[in-house]
Design a protein around this ligand. Structure first.
Ligand SMILES: [Zn+2]
Length: 90
């Protein structure tokens, strides 16, 4: 099993991220917990980015000749949503 900087093994190592001693692959740089946390964070960031891309595509579809047809309050709504999502991944 290999996640991020962690790999299975019998070598003792010190996690580069949290300083905890762990048993893993000779070249592992982080403990399993840190590797899992990091992987989850990446997934969250991806879903936020996907949300932004989806909105832009949607706005584009409604546009005519390069102008968007979203009103100001829709755009402010989106900005709030994006800010909430960004708070979650911090
Ligand atoms: Zn760690």
């Amino acid at each position: 099993m290999k996640i991020g900087g962690y790999g299975d093994g019998d070598y003792f190592g010190v996690c580069y991220w949290c300083g905890t001693e762990f048993t893993g692959d000779k070249r592992a740089t982080q403990c399993l917990e840190c590797a899992v946390n990091e992987a989850n964070k990446d997934r969250k960031e991806l879903s936020v980015l996907r949300g932004i891309v989806e909105f832009v595509l949607e706005a584009d579809e409604g546009g005519t000749g390069g102008t968007y047809n979203h009103c100001t309050s829709c755009v402010f709504d989106l900005i709030d949503r994006v800010e909430d999502m960004l708070k979650e991944i911090k």
